[in-house]
Ligand binder design. Structure first.
Ligand code: HEM
Length: 228
């Protein structure tokens, strides 16, 4: 047990925990995107509303959701502790990079990018998650199956120009954060190997471009009425 507490109070332990929570949040992003893309269906919000009702009432999903919030908190708190340790050890250089190579600006700005993503998540939870769980949303009857009309709330927000621009900009921050974070997580877990590094970097960069772009497409297409 001592090795466990020692590991997770060491800098390496902090990095491992950051990587594990980061990879969990990356997988959440993929699942969340698949659900949200249903907003682009031209069905009056039916598919999305049924999906959202299931997700917010299923006990297993709700347990995973609590884990999700805990992982976000750990990821944020640990990143603050780690960057303070690095700054104390190396002087005012910001986010530590383990590779000796000259670093990409995303790796040097993970703190600021992460802060933008965090602010986005807080606004996002207030506007959508809080309303779904504690708000007074109107209901919709689908052949006797009564669900809350979350899609109406989301599409109302996505008809506001500045809100759509805010979302698109925040998705850029998510993309840049992932650009460095994806491959870095594998490195922190010691899962880097000369043979696979190229593949990990490629998958990480493809994910960092495609996933945020699809997220940004949702408010953009709803704003311009381009559902199908
Ligand atoms: C177009 C983009 C997005 C849309 C339309 C969207 C929509 C939603 C909606 C409607 C909810 C509330 C559903 C519910 O609680 O049952 C929600 C929850 C949430 N969203 Fe998003 N989302 C988007 C992007 C993102 C991004 C990029 C992130 C992370 C960086 C994110 C993180 C979360 C989290 C953490 C929750 C709470 C999930 C839970 O209950 O465990 N979302 N989102």
């Amino acid at each position: 047990m001592k090795w466990f507490t020692q590991l997770f109070s060491s800098t390496l332990g902090y990095k491992v925990l950051m990587a594990l929570t980061g990879l969990f949040l990356i997988s959440f992003l993929a699942v969340h995107l698949a659900g949200n893309l249903q907003l682009l269906k031209d069905d009056g919000g039916k598919a999305f509303n049924i999906y959202a009702e299931f997700m917010s009432t299923n006990p297993l999903i709700q347990t995973v959701s609590k884990g999700n919030f805990i992982f976000i908190l750990i990821h944020v708190i640990w990143s603050i502790i780690l960057s303070r340790r690095n700054r104390a050890a190396r002087g005012p250089e910001g986010y530590a990079v383990s590779s000796g190579k000259s670093s990409h600006w995303t790796s040097r700005n993970m703190g600021i990018l992460g802060t933008i993503v965090l602010v986005f998540i807080v606004i996002h939870l207030k506007d959508f998650w809080y309303q779904m769980h504690y708000g007074a949303l109107p209901t919709q009857d689908y052949d006797g199956y009564i669900v809350r009309n979350l899609s109406a709330l989301v599409t109302d927000w996505f008809h506001i120009g500045w809100y759509v621009v805010l979302y698109v900009l925040c998705m850029c921050a998510v993309g840049f954060h992932l650009w460095h974070g994806f491959a870095s997580a594998f490195q922190s877990l010691g899962l880097n190997h000369l043979k696979y590094n190229g593949l990990i970097a490629f998958v990480g960069r493809a994910f960092a471009i495609v996933v945020p772009a699809l997220y940004a497409l949702i408010p953009g297409m709803i704003y311009f009425g381009l559902t199908f």
